[in-house]
Design a protein around this ligand. Structure first.
Ligand SMILES: Nc1nc2c(ncn2[C@@H]2O[C@H](COP(=O)(O)OP(=O)(O)O)[C@@H](O)[C@H]2O)c(=O)[nH]1
Ligand SMILES: [Mg+2]
Length: 382
């Protein structure tokens, strides 16, 4: 299959490799496409789901000399591949990466990149603002990048998009995460800049985006499960549900951001419905009681409480992933709070109690919350 080639440039440490991982997912391959093995300066990656290879330039330091060296490697890769009979090694899109947390450097790094990539004068450029953890700073960063590009006669016309991204969940604190964002937008934008004939159909891209989002959402659920197990392991004089609620709200909000759900009153109500159904509803209380009264377990043991707290966070998380995926796909509405209540309660009844009940018997002497969280994820999601 003919593919486009995306060249990724930017200083080392800005997050190029993390970005590529996030776009391609876990089962991507390193390829030495057209030449034997990858060179010291270049790593070329692809998977069989998206219509472009991604070329990571290793050692693109903040100096013109080193940047040029990386660019020369790309050119010799193109030449050698062509000699080997592979014609499709033209650069189709360039991702210029600048780091959102060090915006003082925008004009300077863009100047170096502009010089380096002047060998591809008409190739479309997407500026990627990596590590865009701070939502309020994004607008300002986009403006600054835009202005920095405007000072480059040769490059400014090629800049097609500016996309702030978070490639991997960033932990702000125990109850606040910056989830992956902008990744599927980048995939979409890149696809649409590829030459006609290589491009994937909208439907295929949508399916791929859904899968990436699901992977991001699962990692958010895993984080929250571990967090809940840690909270649950602390002996508490008052009901578990109350102390876990902020964590669960954060978990569900994180998932809603991954699915690009607008932040408004409707979302707040929707999230409240999930939290309520998953913590204080009759079903949720019954599930906790059922687990605590399993014969032979010590309901006061910290490991048991960690297990219960983690399991509930996992179950709530999974039903949230499903719910937000339905909304993202247009199959359900954010106003359908009755539906999501039933969905969440359903995830805590029947098979939940059976599965959790089986697992809970084997944990009584295992105290480490991280261990318990891994076990929960294995029980419910494998
Ligand atoms: N949490 C988080 N860490 C990131 C992100 N992007 C980059 N990093 C971290 O920043 C460091 C440098 O990233 P890397 O991808 O190796 O940069 P490269 O040199 O440009 O390839 C690594 O420790 C990454 O884990 C991100 O979106 N989220
Ligand atoms: Mg790297």
């Amino acid at each position: 299959m003919e593919k486009g080639n995306v060249l990724v440039i930017g200083n080392s440490g800005v997050g190029k490799s993390t970005l590529i991982n996030s776009v391609l997912g876990e089962d991507h391959a390193v390829t030495g496409y057209g030449i034997t093995g990858t060179t010291k300066e270049l790593s070329i990656y692809e998977n069989d789901r998206i219509p472009f290879r991604i070329i990571d330039t290793v050692g693109f330091e903040p100096s013109y000399r080193k940047a040029s060296k990386a660019v020369r490697s790309v050119r010799s890769w193109s030449r050698e591949s062509t000699k080997a009979g592979n014609e499709d090694t033209r650069i189709s899109v360039i991702w210029c990466c600048v780091e959102g947390t060090s915006r003082k450097l925008f004009p300077e790094t863009i100047r170096i990149m502009a010089k380096a990539v002047s060998m591809w004068p008409s190739v479309p450029v997407i500026a990627v603002i990596t590590k865009s953890y701070s939502v309020p700073e994004r607008k300002e960063n986009i403006l600054m990048v835009h202005e920095a590009f405007q000072t480059h006669r040769r490059l400014k016309g090629n800049l097609k998009r500016i996309i702030p991204v978070v490639a991997m969940t960033y932990r702000l604190n125990d109850e606040a995460f910056a989830p992956p964002e902008g990744i599927t937008e980048l995939i979409d934008a890149t696809n649409s800049l590829l030459p006609e004939g290589i491009r994937s159909s909208k439907k295929d891209v949508f399916r791929y985006k859904l899968e990436r989002k699901r992977a991001f959402a699962h990692s958010a659920v895993a984080l929250a499960t571990a967090g809940a197990a840690a909270v649950g392991a602390v002996p508490m004089p008052f009901p578990d549900a109350a102390i876990l609620t902020p964590l669960e709200v954060a978990e569900i909000n994180t998932i809603s951001r991954i699915y690009e759900i607008s932040r408004n009153d409707a979302l707040v109500k929707f999230v409240d419905s999930i939290v309520e159904a998953g913590t204080v509803s009759v079903t949720a209380r019954a599930a906790v009681n059922a687990l605590k009264s399993i014969p032979g377990i010590n309901a006061a043991a910290t490991a048991v409480n960690a297990f219960i707290a983690g399991s509930i966070a996992a179950a709530i998380g999974e039903s949230s992933v499903y719910a937000f995926e339905q909304i993202y796909s247009g199959d359900r509405s954010i106003y359908d709070t009755e539906w999501v209540k039933k969905l969440t309660e359903g995830s805590l009844s029947g098979s939940f109690v059976t599965k959790a009940g089986k697992a809970i018997r084997s944990i009584s002497d295992m105290q480490d919350p991280k261990h318990i969280a891994d076990m929960i994820l294995a029980v419910f999601f494998k």
